[in-house]
Design a protein. Structure first.
Lengths: 324, 507
């Protein structure tokens, strides 16, 4: 009996976690699909946006958040395209998902969905261990150009992900053949940090969020941030951008929201309206500050054009590397 | 002494009735999610994250710690009873544990797992409390080269469990290694053995493979033979551990702890490696070697302790370096950030109260886990009294649910059935399952570390030897491989390592 109760309990927990509420056409409820695991960047952004919309009762309904994990986001992309015409579904997208649609040879591209809005962007940082010989990005680039293969570059994403694209685009910008870059891929920020702390790699390229503690304690040094402007985050505000250092490259990781294909124009406008209202709320501005995200908000056709441009850039880099 | 005082202070903070209640809820919840294959503690913590925003940081960490340890333990219950491991770290437990259950010793298997988890968790937590700053510094020095050497050593040790036919053993091992190859190549992103199926690009989840081969394979096998074989009823057995069980368990508990903790503390560790190292070690050291493969209690006690010790070890890099080693740790880290706590080298000095309360609550959660689960063991064991057709129907249902829950994808259920067919086939052809499953676990780990080491040296072979620990392990490996035949030749008489082992372990 005890077992039966336990089983029922667990199954009910699972079923509420796994599937959303049944949504009729007149329902105001929305399913938010997160294309990656709980706790990651997509999860943080998606859940932050959902929290703000629910707190402010912006949609008049409730949200269900579902993590569709797999193929770096390409699995979620497939699911959303499969939901064509469903006007009660949203999905988080971003630079990583764009890369994954290529590196995982997905059937669907991000633009097969209906772009709604970009929510934020985030610069990457270039980190070295505290005892590294490099004090500035100029010194690092000079050595890197002299013998590209001799420096091990680490990143927290697999080929096609932001931490891989960034060093490749930087290499191309300073005149290094990206094929000569010795990129070592780590399974996320944790293993990357330990490789940096143990000085296994010469430099790490990654988003800043996971390194705040180490940078504040002086265990890791930031050579440059990749934004157009300096980072809004206090910890990283003192470090120069690449542009300041004379390298004409701005590289931003970004995340936004997509709807399934074939939804009506009216519904698209309505969903964009919800996101605009969320963006204007004070609660969202607080979330941006908490996470150190740049307030980079675009909607509708402007967002579509932005994705097109990003898509070209990513596929260009990967083609040059012979990865696609 | 300072550390001890701080820990006692933490204990005083954590021991409020309210906090104890949170610990108990966490432990129960953790046990439930652990029991269900596919839903790991990481998922549970992530789902609970929003609920805890209203709580004090201390309370939510106590809750999370309970879930974490509870989940680590809960996974062993289904492994033992249903041959259905809930997460990769309890795969090894299923091998001897389920055999024990079939001999009517389920209660003993569950008890040795529970007590082993408690012992390992407690020692592990105390080690975290006393050694964290010191260990964290060493841990980051250990890189891919050493790790690869450890994997190579384990691969050599695996040959000891190949079974009576070496050929069949190697066939099993290579099937396992091949399954481990499926997915995208790490550095080039080329698809390997995916057959163009997108869902295979991430590789095959080890839980799906293990559940398919263990549970589904066996259910099919039983179904195929049900009519021809008399139904042997599983004996009821004694409810508690005998003196002999205790005598055979305590050393594996301690050895498992010693193996598991460093792997947890190592930023690239993980819990799978120490569990199978512990299994292989216990098999070598056991005085009742012939019982292995037929339900040896050491084979449950060791891996379970290793599993939980590694779970405790995870707090070393998390607290000292702000490094999340496991998925659960990553979620905990995210939770810490929402409270404005920045883990890292200064956390222990900046917020000592929180850290010590957390460690104290880990100890409390661990004790509650034992108190709650030990009396339940005989009750769980009665589950096996269910008539076989119904029992296996239940296992099939449970296994499919678990495979679905891993990624919430129907594709995984199809994959589960494929591996069920493989499981049936290897039973039919007498290919041992143990080397197969070890191949699935070791293969990808070994490849990752080898590729990383070689990438770091830009393809130069020296990348595999450039760490002192790696060289030490290679020397050890050479001794293991070369020493026995050489000694035999010098002495002119066969060596009797069996007795040496016995003398050593007796002391």
């Amino acid at each position: 009996m005890r077992l039966v109760v336990a089983l029922l309990l667990v199954t009910s927990v699972v079923s509420t976690a796994a599937c959303g509420v049944t949504r009729g056409d007149d329902s105001r409820d929305i399913l938010m699909i997160i294309p990656n695991s709980p706790g990651g960047g997509y999860d943080q952004t998606g859940r932050a946006a959902v929290d703000v919309m629910e707190e402010g009762d912006i949609t008049g309904g409730s949200f269900t958040v579902d993590n569709v994990i797999g193929a770096g986001g390409a699995a979620a992309m497939t699911e959303v395209v499969g939901e064509a015409g469903d006007e009660h579904t949203m999905m988080m997208v971003g630079l990583g998902v764009v890369g994954s649609t290529y590196s995982f040879a997905s059937t669907y591209a991000v633009l097969d969905g209906t772009p709604l809005a970009q929510l934020m962007s985030e610069p990457e940082v270039i980190l070295v261990p505290a005892d590294s010989p490099y004090e500035t990005i100029e010194q690092f680039v000079a050595d890197w150009k002299a013998d590209p293969g001799s420096l091990a570059i680490g990143g927290g994403s697999s080929p096609g992900g932001p931490d891989h694209l960034f060093p490749m685009q930087l290499a191309a910008e300073v005149g290094i053949d990206p094929n000569d870059v010795n990129y070592v891929s780590y399974d996320g920020g944790g293993p990357l940090t330990s490789a940096l702390l143990g000085a296994k790699i010469d430099a790490g390229f990654s988003g800043p969020a996971e390194f705040i503690g180490q940078v504040e304690d002086g265990e890791l040094r930031v050579l440059a941030v990749s934004g157009e402007e300096r980072s809004p985050q206090e910890t990283f505000a003192d470090f120069p951008t690449l542009i300041e250092s004379g390298i004409d490259l701005a590289f931003l990781n970004w995340r936004g929201v997509l709807a399934p294909p074939e939804i009506s124009e009216e519904r698209r406008a309505q969903l964009i309206g919800y996101l605009e209202e969320m963006h204007e709320s004070e609660a969202w501005q607080e979330q941006l500050a908490t996470y150190g995200w740049i307030d980079d908000f675009k909607t509708g056709d402007e967002f579509t054009a932005f994705i097109e441009e990003q898509d070209d850039r990513v596929s260009g880099t990967l083609e040059e590397l012979g990865l696609i | 002494m300072d550390t001890l005082n701080l820990l006692l202070d933490g204990m005083a903070n954590a021991l409020t009735p309210e906090n104890l209640a949170f610990a108990a809820i966490g432990v129960l919840l953790g046990t439930f999610v652990g029991v269900l294959p596919g839903i790991g503690p990481a998922m549970a913590v992530a789902l609970l994250l929003p609920i805890t925003y209203g709580l004090e940081p201390t309370q939510s960490f106590i809750l999370f710690a309970g879930i974490y340890y509870g989940g680590m333990y809960g996974g062993s219950t289904t492994s033992i009873l249903l041959n259905t491991p809930g997460e990769s770290a309890s795969v090894m437990t299923a091998i001897e544990g389920n055999k024990m259950a079939k001999k009517g010793r389920a209660a003993q298997a569950l008890a040795t797992a529970a007590i082993g988890s408690f012992v390992a968790g407690t020692i592990g937590t105390l080690l975290v409390a006393f050694l964290t700053p010191w260990l964290a510094e060493i841990a980051v020095e250990i890189g891919a080269a050493s790790y690869f050497a450890i994997m190579l050593l384990s691969l050599v040790l695996v040959t000891a469990v190949l079974g009576s036919s070496k050929l069949r053993g190697f066939i099993g091992l290579f099937i396992g290694l091949t399954i481990g190859l499926v997915g995208l190549d790490l550095s080039t992103g080329q698809a390997r053995l995916t057959g163009g199926i997108l869902q295979l690009a991430d590789g095959v989840d080890i839980v799906v493979v293990a559940v398919g081969i263990f549970a589904i394979g066996e259910a099919l096998w039983i179904a195929a033979h049900l009519r021809r074989q008399p139904i042997d009823v599983i004996p009821v057995g004694r409810p508690f551990m005998s003196r002999d069980d205790w005598a055979r368990s305590w050393k594996p508990w301690l050895r498992g702890t010693a193996l598991g903790f460093p792997f947890g503390a190592l930023p690239a560790g993980g819990a799978e490696t120490p569990t199978f190292l512990s299994y292989v070690l216990e098999r070598r050291l056991s005085r009742k070697k012939e019982e292995f493969g037929h339900g040896a209690i050491e084979g449950v006690a060791g891996p379970e302790a290793a599993n939980n010790a590694s779970a405790a070890g995870m707090f070393v890099p998390l607290l000292a370096l702000g490094l999340p080693v496991t998925a659960t740790a990553a979620v905990l880290l995210a939770a810490m950030r929402t409270y404005g706590i920045v883990p890292g080298p200064t956390l222990m000095t900046d917020q000592p109260e929180l850290v010590w309360t957390l460690l104290a609550s880990l100890l409390i959660g661990n004790t509650l886990l034992l108190v709650i689960n030990l009396p339940l063991a005989p009750m769980w064991a009665k589950l096996l009294q269910i008539p076989r057709p119904q029992l296996y129907a239940g296992i099939l249902f449970f296994a499919s649910l678990g495979a679905y829950a891993v990624n919430q994808s129907a594709f995984d259920v199809a994959l589960l059935l494929v591996f069920g067919a493989v499981g049936f086939a290897v039973r039919r052809f007498g290919i041992p399952i143990l080397p197969l499953i070890l191949g699935v676990i070791i293969g990808p780990l070994m490849e990752t570390k080898m590729r990383e080491a070689l990438d770091l040296s830009n393809g130069d072979i020296s990348g595999l030897f450039n760490e002192p620990l790696a060289i030490a392990i290679y020397v050890l490996l050479a001794i293991i491989l070369i020493a026995p035949p050489v000694i035999q030749r010098v002495r002119g008489a066969p060596l009797v390592p069996r007795e040496l082992d016995e003398q050593e372990t007796r002391r």
